[in-house]
Structure formats: structure tokens, C-alpha cells
Write a protein that binds this ligand. Structure first.
Ligand SMILES: Cc1cc2nc3c(=O)[nH]c(=O)nc-3n(C[C@H](O)[C@H](O)[C@H](O)COP(=O)(O)O)c2cc1C
Length: 377
């Protein structure tokens, strides 16, 4: 039997993912001062034990006000490198590539956690404070979001340096892959969309103007990220703001420019511009964003990662076989099943002997397999 594509290695620049299953970035709100702690090590470490080819950290802010909540991870200070290093060491020791996502929340910063009750801001007693958010224009994302202060040119130059510095820190920590978060209505997406970007300087106006800051941020990262390591960017293929917003054709044009400046993979998501990112105004069905990935891959001729309601091995394999994506990101299904990858291998019939599992588990599970034959509950 031919090996499923899901379990074929993928080499990007000089880095090889052992398989195509990726843990999607998922913020946990568990950091203090942006520092990696034991929670992050255990939370992400278990996905490496589960044999995901690439394990992404949550979004790590390039400056404190670029966090979504006060509990997000950071990449804004050299003092944060050590914690990342410990995490990276573990992920790589277990055979995964270590990947991080860097971000700026822009006007969607300084929010409660998704599960906070009305009026609650962060864990009880933690003393989380609001901060003034920034954005391309003085427009709030939606009711309940703060009106941002408009970034001036000095702010923009400073932010570009911060994206570059964050990339340098990610490399120092040992990450194999870096991704810029350009989706879900955060700062880069705010610049891209005509709905949130009403500037009349060189960073606004037509599509080329609105792409100028995101492209400059990507360039700053590429310049500070080693040439032998791959760089991804996550985009919202459609911004979710409806007619007059950012659409698939815009994304394809953006992807072509990104490719030219050295981006290797477009991670294709959608929505989030005008509200909370969990309320993406795109109809949800299994693999609902895969057609966006397919469009970007074919039209911009660049590798892509598909994400969004991809639940099992056969579904992931079908996406890869159809040539609709090169990598498969798993979000909530990985929370449900941290061993998603090795379970997918069994579903696809390529690991009946538990050989893909970490041997400390797999050897025992294979022995137990024989014990279970003929047993009924
Ligand atoms: C708890 C949680 C936190 C998330 N945090 C991030 C994040 O930090 N960065 C990001 O790009 N997407 C984030 N997302 C979106 C996921 O990466 C993913 O795109 C989304 O959940 C859809 O994929 P799924 O259906 O496999 O969960 C988050 C999703 C969840 C459930």
C-alpha cells in the first residue's frame, strides 16, 4: 500500500516536517508577562508526544499592546527567549518541528478571554488591566471593542522593527518555522481590508496601499529569519465583512507578493474582521475553508496549509490527494484528541502496529492489542 500523503515528509527550505499534520496556533491565556511556563510546555508537549509533524505555539505578541488578552504569550523581550527555548527543546526532542506564530492584535487587543463572563477581565484576582489599542484608523471592530488610536508613521516604523526583532528572538529560541498572523481581523488584516483601513496616506487607499504595511512586516521578518528556515503567513481569504471587504482575489494577489519576498506557505483561514475571531461569519461545514486554500495554492502557485473543521485522517488525506493544500492544520480536534496524528495513521491503515507512536506508549499498546482480541465489555 502506498504511504498516505499525510504521512509523507515535507521539506521546506532546509527543514523537514516528518508528516503533514500540524497543530494550529491556539491561544490559552495562561501566560504572565508573555512568558512561556509549565502550562505551555505540557499543553504543547502532549501534541509532540502525539506525533504532529509541526506544533505551533499560540500567537505571540511583538509588543505588549499587541496581545489579544493579558495572558497571551510574547516575543517582545529577550527575557522571553529562555522559556521558548525550553519548549522548543522538548518539541524537537520528540520529533516535531517547533513553530511559532507572531502577531499584533491592533484594534482587537485588550479583550477578555473568550470564556470570560460579562464584566469579567481575565482570571479572578489576576488584576488584568485594559490598555489603549492601536489600528490603521479610528474605527472599532464592533460594539464592545475599543476605538483604536490611529498609528502614525513613526509608530509604523517602530512596529516593523518589532516584527523583525520578534523573528530574531524566535530564531534564537530555536524555532524551525515562523508564521505571521495576518488573519482574523488582527492588525495586518486591519490594514488589508478597506472596511477597517480608511487611511489616505501610503498605507491606505487602493489595494497596493493597504498591502504596504503587511508586506513590509513580512519583509522585516524574512530579513531577520534565517534563509534556511521556512516562513508562513496566516491570512483570512475573505475578511467576513461582506461586500466591499477583502476577498479571495485580493488574497491571491497578496500571496503572489508574499511569495516574491520569500514566504513559503500561506496558511489559509477566513473571517474575523468585525468581531470576535470565534464568530467567523463564514458558513461552517466540514473543511469549509479548504476551497480558499485550493484557490490560493493554484492561482498564486504557492504551498498552502488548510485549516478549519478538519476532523479525521481520511478527510485530511483527501484534501492532500486533491492537491488543495500541502499541510493540514488541526485546531479544536487536537484539543479533543492530542493523539490525533497517530489515530489518523490507524484510520488510514498505515500503523496497525503502533510503530508511529512514541515507543514508551506504542510497545504496550501493540501488546495490549492481542490481549483485546475476543474480549467483550
Ligand atoms: C482555543 C483556540 C485558540 C485559538 N488561537 C488562535 C491563535 O492564537 N492564532 C490563530 O491564528 N488562530 C487561533 N485560533 C484558530 C485556530 O488556529 C483554527 O484556525 C480554528 O480553530 C479553526 O480550526 P479547527 O476547526 O480545526 O479548530 C484559535 C482557536 C481556538 C479553538
Amino acid at each position: 500500500m502506498q504511504k498516505p500523503l499525510l504521512f509523507s515528509p515535507l521539506t521546506l527550505r532546509s527543514v523537514t516536517a516528518p508528516n503533514r499534520a500540524v497543530v494550529s496556533p491556539m491561544v490559552q491565556y495562561r501566560a504572565t508577562d508573555g512568558l512561556v511556563n509549565d502550562y505551555h510546555l505540557v499543553h504543547l508537549g502532549k501534541f509532540a508526544l502525539g506525533k504532529f509533524g509541526i506544533v505551533f505555539t499560540e500567537n505571540c505578541a511583538v509588543e505588549p499592546r499587541g496581545r489579544v488578552t493579558q495572558g497571551d504569550l510574547g516575543m517582545w523581550d529577550d527575557g522571553q527567549i529562555e522559556g521558548h527555548k525550553r519548549l522548543v527543546r522538548f518539541l524537537k526532542q520528540e520529533g516535531s518541528l517547533a513553530a511559532t506564530q507572531i502577531t499584533h492584535s491592533g484594534r482587537k487587543g485588550s479583550t477578555p478571554r473568550s470564556f470570560d463572563k460579562p464584566g469579567q477581565l481575565g482570571p479572578e484576582g489576576a488584576g488584568w488591566q485594559k490598555w489603549q489599542v492601536v489600528g490603521p484608523s479610528e474605527l472599532a471592530a464592533a460594539d464592545g471593542f475599543m476605538v483604536p488610536r490611529q498609528l502614525d508613521h513613526a509608530d509604523i516604523d517602530d512596529l516593523l522593527k518589532k516584527f523583525g526583532e520578534a523573528a530574531r528572538r524566535a530564531d534564537a529560541a530555536g524555532y524551525d518555522v515562523i508564521e505571521i498572523h495576518g488573519a482574523h481581523g488582527y492588525l495586518l488584516a486591519q490594514f488589508l481590508s478597506p472596511v477597517s483601513n480608511k487611511r489616505n496616506d501610503q498605507y491606505g487607499g487602493d489595494r497596493a496601499g493597504r498591502m504596504r504595511f503587511p508586506l513590509a512586516a513580512a519583509r522585516a521578518v524574512r530579513e531577520n529569519w534565517p534563509a534556511h528556515k521556512p516562513m508562513f503567513i496566516r491570512v483570512s481569504a475573505v475578511d467576513g465583512a461582506g461586500d466591499g471587504g477583502w476577498g479571495v482575489d485580493d488574497t491571491v494577489a497578496f500571496a503572489k507578493e508574499l511569495k516574491a519576498l520569500g514566504v513559503d506557505v500561506i496558511d489559509v483561514s477566513s473571517g474575523g474582521l468585525t468581531g470576535v475571531s470565534t464568530a467567523l461569519p463564514v458558513k461552517r461545514s466540514l473543511g469549509f475553508q479548504v476551497p480558499f486554500s485550493a484557490a490560493v495554492k493554484r492561482q498564486a502557485e504557492i504551498s498552502t496549509m488548510a485549516v478549519g473543521l478538519i476532523l479525521d485522517g481520511p478527510q485530511a488525506e483527501a484534501i492532500l490527494q486533491a492537491g488543495d493544500a500541502d499541510l493540514i492544520a488541526i485546531g479544536r480536534q487536537a484539543l479533543y484528541d492530542p493523539f490525533w496524528t497517530v489515530h489518523a495513521a490507524q484510520e488510514l491503515g498505515c500503523d496497525s502496529d503502533f510503530e508511529m507512536w512514541t515507543p514508551e506508549y506504542g510497545w504496550w499498546l501493540d501488546k495490549r492489542k492481542n490481549n483485546l482480541v475476543g474480549l467483550k465489555k
